[in-house]
Design a protein around this ligand. Structure first.
Ligand code: F6R
Length: 255
């Protein structure tokens, strides 16, 4: 079962996740991080700036979860741009060691295989940061995605395009296709850290943590992983049936 930690706000979640990432990097300077984009992981990256100040991060490697297909790489909302702006530059990572799937129209068809090979060559992901969509997606594995899926092209759900329209001038500007690590790929990371904030994520979080494991709610695949940490604020936790138990377990966590 996932360790569920209910925190007062996203900043606290960011601090806890940043502690996990920073202690990994201290014990393994060439750690492989799985990097999420979107709004959810931003407090983690902010907290990491302080945590990693003075730490040599030049050998840290990273793999983004996903990328839009057909977006100009220089577009501020391409995930390549977001990862550069929010992660690589502020944390001082070595740009060539941080990869994002190839979302170019020419490359996307074969990008999945190449990405899988690159992750395998790096020895796999040590710690994967995850957000969750309001429809339960992880990465861009929309409802119905195979629990065994690998990195590949997908079509975004209309719900996801509506949710992400806030990053673009209008919904018509949100790409239709993406390339995403598969659920099978994500499950091979050695530690999953899923974060979710706000009421709009409450149903997805409850389904992911406590619902049946089903392709209809891709986040529920975390139940198949032996080491998952779920960091949620009160609003995102509001539909968890066993919330009191999670609080109790966290208060009584052995040192
Ligand atoms: C982002 C990703 C998505 C987001 C999810 C939540 O790389 O793979 O699964 O984590 O769509 O997005 P936000 O965090 O913007 O609510």
């Amino acid at each position: 079962m996932a360790e569920v930690v209910i925190v007062p706000d996203r900043e606290t979640a960011g601090e806890i996740a940043a502690d996990l990432v920073a202690s990994l990097i201290r014990s393994r300077p060439d750690a492989v991080l799985g990097l999420a984009t979107g709004s959810t992981p931003l407090p983690v990256y902010t907290a990491l700036r302080r945590r990693l100040a003075g730490t040599d991060v030049s050998r840290v490697r990273g793999f983004a979860l996903d990328e839009y297909v057909g977006i100009d790489l220089a577009h501020p909302e391409s995930y390549r741009s977001v990862i550069t702006r929010e992660v690589v530059e502020p944390l001082g990572l070595t740009p060539s060691l941080v990869q994002v799937p190839d979302g170019s129209l020419e490359g996307a068809g074969s990008a999945g295989e190449r990405y899988e090979a690159a992750i395998a060559a790096a020895g796999g992901v040590d710690l994967q940061l995850l957000g969750i969509g309001s429809n339960g997606h992880i990465g861009f594995n929309e409802p119905g995605s195979s629990l065994a899926s690998r990195t590949r092209m997908k079509t975004l759900a209309e719900q996801t395009r509506r949710d992400n329209a806030r990053f673009f001038p209008s919904i018509d500007d949100v790409p239709v296709w993406c390339i995403t690590q598969g659920i099978g790929t994500i499950l091979e990371a050695r530690h999953l850290v899923l974060l979710a904030f706000g009421e709009s994520k409450a149903a997805a979080v409850a389904g992911a943590v406590e619902g049946p494991v089903t392709a209809s709610l891709p986040g529920s695949a975390i139940q198949l992983h032996p080491r998952t940490t779920v960091l949620v604020d009160e609003a995102a936790a509001s539909r968890l049936r066993y919330a009191e138990y999670y609080r109790w377990a966290f208060r009584n966590k052995p040192a």
